[in-house]
Design a protein around this ligand. Structure first.
Ligand code: IFM
Length: 487
């Protein structure tokens, strides 16, 4: 992402906001979740451990030792959850498939009971007029495949393509929107670099190898899906690109921005969209690896035509060069505390909080970064539709004395980001839909259940679901295609 060359002050989500903002007919009003974060029933019906089961059960890896064993019990409450989605006016729902529920060892035939769950989910959605958007991989690699080397090895990409074909054959008659990977940056660099995510490895070379094999997995799975899905299927990938901004116009800070742009963004978008790795990234990492694990055939396999690109956006990234007085040791970049950097070869770069108000994650609220990204990828991938496949916010929501959960800050956040999307559409970007993260409060990875991103509040003692006021506001937007007034 090369736009946004310096950290401009945030003018606020609703600055100079027009009174009424409407969206094109057919715009998807969605919400998103992921299997490990909501399903629970971790050992039901033949499911085996994924890397997140192993990681979350390892002492010290998640806040309070929280795990996804029960999560929000969606595996057993699926029909009621889909009814709630309909009540909230959603026109689309993005979910992920748990690989180890469908193919427990990561190889061989599919388990019918696992597939039946997703078939039932899709049928429930379709019966209520909600478009299913299926993600094949949201970070939960079967543990057996991690034991065989994980994403740093080529075989995992090949296994992923086989799994994609199994799911494609089972659900291709009823699901049109398919996403291969969710946020491969997190899988590679938080999973194998800083180790704050599963499988918790801290090896910068393994992180780069994982990035490549995730790209390869995407390409091979896309080919496999195209061979089993009907022609009407639409295929894409969800990236979490950073809107990277340099702290100042100083050339050293611009150079820091270039380096992080390569590692955060172009390591994925260049091979996927253009069929090569960025030359500057190869140079930046030369003391770690010669990238000989990449072949020309791999690049051809990765560079597949896409029907859409999913953009997941939360906050901009502001960086500067270390400068002569910079402290040594890992720099905080908002991705969790670790003694190991998730930025191989660029460990010294300094990350700064972006200006603006903060969320419960400590992330800054700045919808301009979303507009920048949509305009950037619109220009970089002409003819490829864009979806915002994740955007949302954690606040410390609590029921009031009346039992209702009032979250006006989340409404302002949604309003600001939806306005940024509308501006991008007006400016020429082909944005087809928005998936709010998340439908309901859930297991927020290393933060356990301490961070609430949902439109729907979950009482974790009783599993009672209470739509927050933001859910009602969003439902009104979804039904009218127009942003309702702020409360
Ligand atoms: O909860 C995560 C999700 O799994 C991936 N994208 C970011 C969200 C908030 O951290």
């Amino acid at each position: 992402m090369t736009s946004g060359t310096s950290a401009a002050p945030n003018t606020g989500p609703s600055a100079a906001a027009p009174a009424s903002v409407s969206f094109p007919a057919g715009f998807a009003w969605g919400a998103a979740t992921a299997a490990y974060q909501i399903e629970g029933s971790a050992t039901a019906d033949g499911r085996t451990p994924s890397i997140w089961d192993t990681f979350s059960h390892t002492p010290g890896k998640t806040l309070g030792g929280d795990t996804g064993d029960v999560a929000v019990d969606h595996y057993r409450r699926r029909p009621d959850d889909v009814a709630l989605m309909a009540e909230l006016g959603l026109t689309a729902y993005r979910f992920s498939v748990s690989w180890s529920r469908v193919q427990p060892t990561g190889r061989g035939p599919a388990v019918q009971r696992g597939l039946d769950f997703y078939r039932g989910l899709v049928d429930d959605l379709l019966a209520r007029g909600i478009t299913p958007a299926l993600t094949l991989y949201h970070w939960d690699l079967p543990q057996e495949l991690e034991d065989a080397g994980g994403w740093p090895v080529r075989e995992t990409a090949e296994r992923f393509a086989e799994y994609a074909a199994l799911v494609g054959e089972a659900l291709g008659d009823r699901v049109e929107m398919w996403t291969t990977l969710n946020e491969p940056w997190c899988s590679a660099f938080l999973g194998y670099g800083s180790g704050v995510h599963a499988p918790g490895r801290t090896d910068p070379v393994a992180a780069l190898r994982a990035a490549h094999h995730l790209n390869l997995g995407h390409g091979l799975a896309t080919q496999a899906l195209r061979s089993v899905l009907p022609a009407r299927a639409r295929l894409g990938i969800s990236l979490n690109p950073s809107a990277v901004r340099a702290k100042t116009e100083d050339p050293a800070d611009q150079e820091a921005r270039r380096r992080i742009d390569a590692l955060a963004n172009r390591v994925f978008s260049d091979p996927i969209l253009h069929g090569h790795y960025p030359a500057d990234l190869l140079a930046d990492t030369v003391r770690l690896t010669d990238w000989s694990f990449v072949s020309e055939d791999d690049l051809t396999a990765i560079h597949q035509p896409l029907d859409f690109l999913g953009i997941n956006y939360y906050q901009p990234t502001v960086v500067s060069s270390p400068g002569p007085d910079a402290p040594t040791g890992p720099r905080s970049d908002g991705h969790g505390a670790s003694d190991h950097s998730p930025w191989p070869g660029s460990e010294d770069i300094v990350f700064h909080p972006a200006p603006g108000e903060r969320t419960a994650m400590g992330w800054s609220v700045d919808p301009t970064g979303l507009h920048d990204l949509l305009m950037h990828y619109s220009a970089e991938a002409p003819g490829v539709a864009l979806y915002v496949t994740e955007n949302g916010v954690a606040y410390d929501d609590k029921p009031g004395p009346d039992g209702a959960v009032h979250d006006p800050d989340r409404i302002r956040y949604l309003d600001g980001h939806l306005r940024a999307i509308r501006r991008a559409i007006t400016d020429g970007a082909d944005v087809r839909g928005y998936f709010q993260w998340s439908l309901m409060d859930n297991f927020e990875w290393a933060y356990g259940y301490s961070k609430r991103f949902g439109l729907v509040y979950i009482d974790y003692e009783t599993q009672e679901r209470t739509p927050k006021s933001s859910a009602r506001w969003y439902a009104q937007a979804a039904r009218s295609g127009e942003l309702p007034p702020l409360p």
